[in-house]
Ligand binder design. Structure first.
Ligand code: PBG
Ligand code: ZN
Length: 341
């Protein structure tokens, strides 16, 4: 047997390198070239920033599970909306935390429900900010489920009636976009009909179309005080294992009249975002959820990762997968970082 080392020593580099080989590094040589060939851009105007709104005045309570995010009263929200708008963020998502809850979640649709009050104030002071109203009952029900309950089961059609009423109440209070997040069947169709019948033809629906039953909502449920008091959400939210079913949910919501379809969470479901991009030209939203946020925050606070790099990398990945817009608690940090770049 010949000595392999002796053989390779006889070969020059020219013998080894294929002729005319394409060299991918040519376009990576300088920052200027890298900027020129960059395919995907995370931009501040793609970001939607969430708020958790409580009753009362002059309160801004840190949320233990989500560093940098607060439960705050409407007067405080107004201050932050002003700051957010100055940063170039154009859209916000509102979650309400009512003082009292009941079995039907009536705080969701009441004219003086927390979200309706907040929207009227926000739109009065900041008419240009796009206000997305999350539409779900779980923050308002005493049992913490996203629908009405009978015999320990979450009912679909009776829930639809309350959802329709809530959508109209939100539109009346000034919502620019209605975003149902409950995962009941047929809610998009019902909301569309209810909005149209009430003179709100012009209000778009951003459907949480493929929303998975995810462990990554944990920090949010602390923030929104919306954890189910019994059982789980698996009879309405999707099984994380099911990609084909997610696409059927998306097709169904498009057929029912959704204007924007959402995939949630984002980072474990990039394949769903990418496949959604292939089946529709509708705008796609991705929800970078609380658990995704808090994991990064925790690791960064421990000095284990570079927060800025990791956030920009992962959310650029979400855009690369095909999302047109991202709901993210990192929005204010990202807006600052992108200004510096
Ligand atoms: C309510 C709702 C949830 C989120 C948004 N709307 C949580 C849930 O289904 O329990 C999650 C958001 C997040 O984790 O950031 N249906
Ligand atoms: Zn819910």
């Amino acid at each position: 047997m010949s000595d392999p080392t002796a053989t390779i020593e006889k070969l020059s580099l020219n013998d080894l390198i294929p002729e005319g080989a394409h060299r991918m590094r040519r376009l990576r040589a300088t920052p200027q070239l890298r900027d020129m060939v960059r395919e995907t851009h995370l931009r501040t105007d793609k970001l939607i920033y969430p708020f958790f709104i409580i009753e009362g005045k002059k309160e801004k309570k840190p949320i233990s599970s989500m560093p940098g995010i607060y439960q705050q009263t409407i007067d405080e929200v107004l201050k932050e909306v002003e700051a957010v708008q100055k940063q170039g963020i154009k859209s916000i998502l509102l979650f309400g935390i009512p003082d009292s809850k009941d079995s039907e979640g009536s705080g969701a649709w009441h004219k003086d429900g927390i979200i309706q009050k907040a929207m009227r104030e926000i739109k009065k002071h900041f008419p240009d900010i796009v206000v997305v109203a999350d539409l779900c009952l779980c923050e308002y029900t005493d049992h913490g489920h996203c629908g009405l309950i009978a015999d320990g089961k979450v009912l679909n059609d009776p829930t639809l009636q309350i959802i329709a009423r809530t959508a109209v109440a939100q539109a009346e209070a000034g919502a620019d976009i209605i975003a149902p997040s409950d995962m009941m069947d047929l809610r998009v169709a019902v909301i569309r009909k209810a909005l149209d019948a009430s003179g709100f033809h012009h209000i778009p629906i951003m459907s949480y179309a493929a929303k998975f039953a995810s462990g990554l909502y944990g920090p949010f449920r602390v923030a929104a005080q919306s954890a189910p008091q019994f059982g789980d959400r698996k009879s309405y939210q999707m099984d994380p294992a099911n990609g084909r079913e997610a696409l059927r949910e998306i097709e169904q919501d498009i057929a029912e009249g959704a204007d924007i379809v959402m995939v949630k969470p984002a980072l474990s479901y990039l394949d769903i975002i990418a496949k959604t991009r292939q089946i529709t030209d509708l705008p796609i939203a991705a929800y970078n959820v609380s658990g995704e946020y808090s994991m990064v925050k925790a690791a960064a606070q421990n000095g284990w990762i570079d927060e800025r790099r990791v956030v920009l990398e992962t959310l650029t990945g979400v855009v690369r997968a095909g999302a047109d817009m991202i709901i993210t608690y990192h929005a204010r940090d990202i807006a600052n970082w992108l200004k510096e770049e």
